[in-house]
Write a protein that binds this ligand. Structure first.
Ligand code: GDP
Ligand code: MN
Length: 385
């Protein structure tokens, strides 16, 4: 779950880390009022769930209140990589002597935390990695040991951060690691971490992502849930308790089990189609779950055919077939359905569906045939509509 910059900074401030103070604004008037109370100069910053805001014109320094109004007017409504700016963060402008990059994340391949530090801050780390890889210092942290002061010191020296500020940088690195662990974060990325002319080490940006499964441990995380951007389909799926990811194509996918749902998405691609979604029914695909899934795909304007791919294990295909029949009675499905049943009680399931077979409900004997048919139907739906 991604946090907005100001939420990240407030989280850091809660752990007593130095961040620039600021205020949220939803309009130019609010931005001007905030700037007036903070004191000029300020920085007007777009609050969206994506980076690269500076390059896109979403970060501007305001030296006067007129400036602040102009910047706020320009930034509100701006489209930054598909994210429309509705919220601003107005903060005291910092006096930057040096910019660094620091991040903590998890390296699954070695089952350790990974810290990345570079004295080349303020630019995208991917660019530094490509053009000046020697400027990046990495450290692997065993979660049982944590980040020790001596390891942090060696790390900072390798990254060639300012020698005179070494103690403060080491303190900052250790504090950030502590936040990363205690906040159940999956990513803490500070770019830039700055050294001010006065010698202070401050987080000027904060890109923090916390584990969505840890919400129950942190009462304050409800606020982050509220600001998550979901497309309408994902919102509806979430409300219905379905495991769903919206995609760009036209073939609706319903499968039982995450592995089978992923294979179904793959095979639709393989036969030249584009899946509209990933949807895993989970175990026990009864009439209620099937109805919810079909309703969801039916409400999606981009869906032109629906591929139901079930492999019965604990799930029984006869129950799934009954679920489909009942769902069809409840929902007026506008896209043709292709059903593939295999595994436990597949024969019984197919027998149950047989009387309902039409040009809007077809059966396929295997996954490949089902995918081909669904992709073909999506094409012909488009041709006739
Ligand atoms: P991003 O582009 O989304 O990563 O947004 P940042 O918060 O990192 O801001 C982009 C850039 O704007 C930073 O790398 C800084 O160079 C600059 N910037 C942001 N805040 C300030 C500030 O208070 N003072 C100055 N001088 N520059 C700032
Ligand atoms: Mn940044």
């Amino acid at each position: 779950m991604d946090l907005l910059e100001h939420q990240g900074k407030e989280l850091l401030a809660g752990y007593r880390l130095p961040v620039t103070t600021g205020q949220i604004a939803f309009s130019a008037d609010e931005a001007v009022a905030a700037a007036d109370s903070i004191g000029l100069p300020v920085v007007v910053k777009a609050q969206v769930h994506t980076g690269g805001r500076g390059k896109a014109g979403g970060v501007k320094i305001g030296d006067s209140l007129q400036d602040v109004r102009k910047h706020a007017d320009n930034i509100l409504g701006l489209d930054i990589k598909g994210h429309i700016v509705r919220r601003l963060w107005i903060e005291k402008a910092a006096d930057i002597a040096d910019e660094y990059y620091v991040s903590f994340t998890f390296d699954r391949s070695v089952k350790q935390h990974l810290g990345i530090l570079s004295a080349e801050g303020g630019v995208e780390i991917e660019i530094v990695a490509k053009e000046k890889p020697e400027a990046i210092a990495k450290v692997l942290i065993n979660p049982l040991d944590g980040l020790t002061a001596s390891a942090a010191r060696v790390w900072a020296e390798q990254a060639h951060t300012d020698k005179t500020a070494l103690d403060r940088i080491v303190d900052m690195l250790m504090s950030l690691y502590k936040v990363y662990v205690e906040a159940d974060a999956e990513l803490v990325e500070i770019n830039p971490l700055i050294l001010t002319s006065a010698g202070d080490v401050v987080a000027l940006d904060a890109k923090i992502s916390v584990d969505g499964n840890s919400i129950y441990r942190h009462a304050s995380y409800e606020e982050y849930v509220a600001t998550q951007v979901r497309d309408d389909r994902e919102r509806e799926a979430h409300a219905k308790g379905l495991t769903y990811v919206g995609l760009e194509g036209s073939v609706g996918v319903i499968a039982n089990g995450a592995g089978l749902a992923m294979s179904t998405v793959d095979i639709v691609h393989q036969v030249g189609g584009k899946p509209a979604n990933f949807l895993d029914l989970g175990g026990g695909a009864d009439a209620n779950v099937m109805t919810a899934a079909l309703e969801l795909l039916n409400n999606d304007q981009s869906v032109e055919s629906i591929l139901v791919n079930i492999f019965g294990g604990i799930t029984r295909c006869d129950k799934v077939a009954n679920g489909i029949i009942e769902a069809l009675n409840r929902v007026d499905i506008t896209s043709p359905l292709v059903v593939r049943l295999d595994g436990t009680t597949a024969d019984e399931g197919r027998e149950l569906l047989k009387p309902h077979v039409s040009s809007d409900l077809m059966m396929a004997s295997d996954m490949l045939e089902a995918a081909r048919l669904a992709v073909e139907l999506a094409r012909s739906t488009r041709a006739t509509s």
